[in-house]
Each structure stands twice: as C-alpha cells, then as structure tokens.
Design a protein around this ligand. Structure first.
Ligand SMILES: [Zn+2]
Length: 236
C-alpha cells in the first residue's frame, strides 16, 4: 500500500519486530515497514492510549503505523497503530508462533536499517499468510522462507561451486556446505560438516524461488540460515 505523508505523518504497512517498555507508559518499537524498511520509533503513552494504539502492537499481524520525524536522535515518533491485516489463526498455534518469531528475529538481525526491502517484504508477508492458512506446516515454511531471506539480503548461498577455489560441483554429486563460508566447500579445500545429497541441494536452490522444501530439508536449511546470519548479522 502506498505511503502518505503530511501533517499526520507517514503511514506505513509494518510488522512488529520488537517492543521495549520505556518509562511508565511509553514504548520503543522496532518494525519492518514496507515503505521504509526497518525503523525504530518512540511511542509516547502507547501502553495507556487505547485510542491511538488499541492493543495493535502485536507481532504476526500486518499493522498500519503512522510515523513522524522526532527530535530524539535516530528514533522516529510513532503516533498511532492499528491492525491492517490480522492473522488470528496463526496466533492460536504454538508452532506458527515459534516460526513467525524466528522469521521476524532473522529480519531484525539481518535487514539493514531504514532501507526499503520490497523482495523481503513480499517474502515475509507471504510466509505469514501461509502459516496463518496452515499452521501445521510452519516449520517447513520457515525453512523455505530462510533460503529466500538470504537471497533477498544479498547473502544467497553458492550451491553450484566451491566458494574457496571456484571448482564446480556436478549436480548429480553429493556436496559439503558451510553457511558461514557462503556455500559449498570441496574436499580439496577441506570440506565441511553438512552433507547435501543431490536432490536436497536442488530443492535448496529452488527454495530461493519459493518452491517449498520437504520436511527432511528443514534442519539443514535452518542450520545454513543460522550460520549465514551469525556471520553477517552478528550475535544479538
Ligand atoms: Zn575448493
């Protein structure tokens, strides 16, 4: 949805990444917005004002935020928040809640501040819609989302060749992969602990384009995503 500016501030579609209590009634909110990327904002009186916030500051749902510049350094001012697209079914499933929490944490750790990320916005909202539809598939969808997230952030894994010496690895062969080093590591370069069978390597490549992974791919995919984020995003 397009943003609109003016005396009322900028309106953005957003996902809540974190909220921290401040003083008696205030909040500091970090959100991934469609229009501005990841931003942090100060919400005066947010814990008391039903009219301006109405309990809308919850994760998983798409929110409509009204943001304005503020005088307090890097923080924007959050004037109001309401639910734009609730995903109520996902909030009733522990599996979906855990998967959504992990996906939003990845974005908080990996996405650069104040930089719109349209591909990542598309991926995360599609993922959240999916787990709202079928919460039982949440972990598999999280693994698929993770591969897309790496690509969207420019940290896509090289699953075709050794990232150290550049030697290609035939698609019919098993391969060894190391997320922290960005992809495959051939035997001559010392190899890596994670073994990818040819079919799984193919599915990981296609997951970047949105094709769903299988249950048996989930652990390998999550480990790769975690290793890449550890390297690029630091520990938080
Ligand atoms: Zn090599």
């Amino acid at each position: 949805m397009p943003s609109s500016s003016g005396r009322t501030g900028t309106r953005c579609s957003a996902l809540l990444l974190r909220k921290t209590n401040y003083r008696d009634a205030d909040l500091i909110v970090t959100a991934f917005t469609e229009e501005l990327g990841v931003v942090s904002a100060y919400a005066t009186g947010a814990r008391k004002s039903q009219r301006r916030f109405g309990g809308a500051l919850e994760p998983i749902h798409t929110l409509r935020l009204e943001l304005a510049p503020s005088r307090t350094g890097d923080l924007l001012s959050l004037r109001s928040a309401k639910l734009e697209l609730p995903r109520l079914r996902a909030t009733t499933s522990l599996r979906a809640l855990e998967a959504a929490g992990k996906a939003l944490e990845w974005i908080r750790r990996g996405a650069p501040p104040s930089s719109p990320e349209p591909m990542l916005w598309h991926l995360i909202t599609t993922f959240l819609d999916g787990i709202n539809e079928t919460p039982a598939e949440a972990r598999r969808d999280l693994a698929t989302f993770g591969m897309g997230l790496l690509e969207a952030l420019g940290w896509g894994l090289d699953l075709e060749r050794c990232v150290r010496c550049g030697k290609g690895c035939d698609r019919s062969q098993r391969a060894m992969a190391d997320g922290a080093r960005g992809g495959l590591i051939c035997r001559a370069c010392g190899g890596a602990r994670l073994i990818l069978e040819p079919a799984m390597r193919q599915r990981l490549r296609l997951a970047v384009q949105g094709q769903r992974l299988l249950i048996e791919d989930v652990e390998a995919s999550l480990a790769l995503v975690a290793a890449v984020l550890e390297r690029h995003g630091g520990i938080d």
